[in-house]
Design a protein around this ligand. Structure first.
Ligand SMILES: *Cc1c(COP(=O)(O)O)cnc(C)c1O
Length: 370
């Protein structure tokens, strides 16, 4: 059933997506740019994103095999890199059958490789821990791991690591991490991959053979306002419609918990999006939304299905006759996108753009911009 009565949508601009990919791919022109589309392409709909990029990208990356199999069901046949590697021994068989490359980070995965498919012919990506202390082999372990790989596997090996502070331009740690990885790379004479979006933008010497482009692909910057991130175009516009307009007297409260009180007679627009859709419940009063070319502040608590917005200053209304002429029921409200930076919403909700994007819920249709 495709009927949708509610107009709440995440509109996905695939032209912007392709432009972002090409712009970043050019910034790291000696590297292969992997498009990271885990978590349903950061909430943008992995099938749509992969289809739009498949002609430009030769390698997609996802978190785990389930996500890669979903791409195959959607008809995507590019090679897919599994960033967390196999969770089960049988994942190797699936990887062989489906042309998935596996990132291996722990002994148990190497044991599965030796036991299950010593001749595994897919590319092997070995994750080395250079300071994130989350995933990967210690530098000292790498020698021992190499002994367990076949000559053919070593030939196709990519050594990888992950930055913990790549978005901090004055941190010395990124280059220390890169140094550790590059020592191994020259020792084994193999390919390497280090850079995520912040690495690509901030640390050009980290580009290596493959960059792993996530957030910036979607037009957002992991590093705030940077000249390099200026040409990026936000791919997602989260929008919803006004379903009610009320006039509230000075002194009255709006929404759950009575946390916001009208200081003047106020016109409130109620918009059909809430925390069940992924709009953050802790967005503060004052968080901007965009309606008909103007900015208006969110007021009161975000509900499950609705938010309330103070549109008093957007109406040319003489409050005495309460004729709300400019803004009407059904008008579209942008919660974030090209007019409202998702970073502003994130700052107002004590989170980051990554989390907001990936938490847009299933209830919100992802619609391709026309
Ligand atoms: C998610 C992920 C990336 C992409 O990171 P961004 O900051 O979104 O560019 C790169 N590498 C690994 C291992 C990841 O898990």
């Amino acid at each position: 059933m495709n009927y949708s009565s509610r107009l709440t949508q995440a509109v996905i601009d695939l032209d912007a997506l392709v432009k972002n990919y090409q712009y970043i791919d050019n910034l790291a022109s000696n590297s292969n740019t992997i498009a990271v589309i885990k978590a349903d392409a950061y909430g943008h709909d992995a099938a749509k994103v992969a289809r739009a990029l498949s002609a430009y990208v030769n390698l997609f990356a996802v978190g785990f095999i389930d996500e890669a199999l979903a791409l195959r069901s959607d008809g995507i046949d590019n090679t897919v890199l599994i960033l967390e590697g196999p969770f089960k021994e049988s994942d190797f068989q699936i990887a062989i059958e489906n042309n998935f490359s596996l990132m291996l980070h722990s002994d148990y995965q190497i044991e599965w490789l030796s036991a299950m498919s010593p001749d595994f012919s897919g590319d092997i990506w070995l994750k080395v821990d250079t300071g994130m202390n989350r995933l990967g082999f210690h530098v000292e372990q790498v020698d021992d791991i190499m002994l367990q790989l076949t000559e053919q596997q070593i030939k196709k090996l990519v050594l990888c690591s992950h930055f913990s502070t790549a978005e901090q331009l004055n941190s010395t740690k990124p280059l220390e991490q890169l140094d550790k990885l590059k020592k191994l790379v020259s020792q084994y004479d193999c390919k390497f991959s280090m850079a995520n979006s912040a690495g690509i933008l901030n640390w050009p010497t980290s580009h290596g053979d493959h960059t792993r482009l996530g957030l910036a692909l979607y037009g957002l910057s992991p590093i705030g306002e940077s000249p390099l991130s200026q040409p990026l175009i936000p791919v997602m516009t989260l929008q919803a419609n006004i379903i009610a307009i009320h006039t509230v007297k000075a002194g009255e409260y709006v929404g759950y918990g009575d946390i916001w009180q009208a200081q003047r007679e106020t016109i409130i627009a109620t918009v059909a999006i809430g925390y069940a859709d992924g709009y953050p419940r802790n967005a503060k009063s004052g968080t901007p939304v965009f309606i008909k070319g103007a900015i208006a502040p969110l007021v009161g608590r975000v509900s499950m299905d609705m938010v309330t917005v103070d549109i008093t200053d957007l109406t040319n209304t003489d409050l005495d006759n309460s004729d709300i002429s400019n803004i009407i029921i059904g008008d579209t409200v942008e919660l974030w996108g090209k007019n409202i930076s998702i970073d502003t919403v994130a700052q107002n909700s004590d989170t980051i753009n990554y989390e907001l994007l990936t938490r847009v819920s299933k209830r919100v249709p992802k619609v391709i911009a026309t």
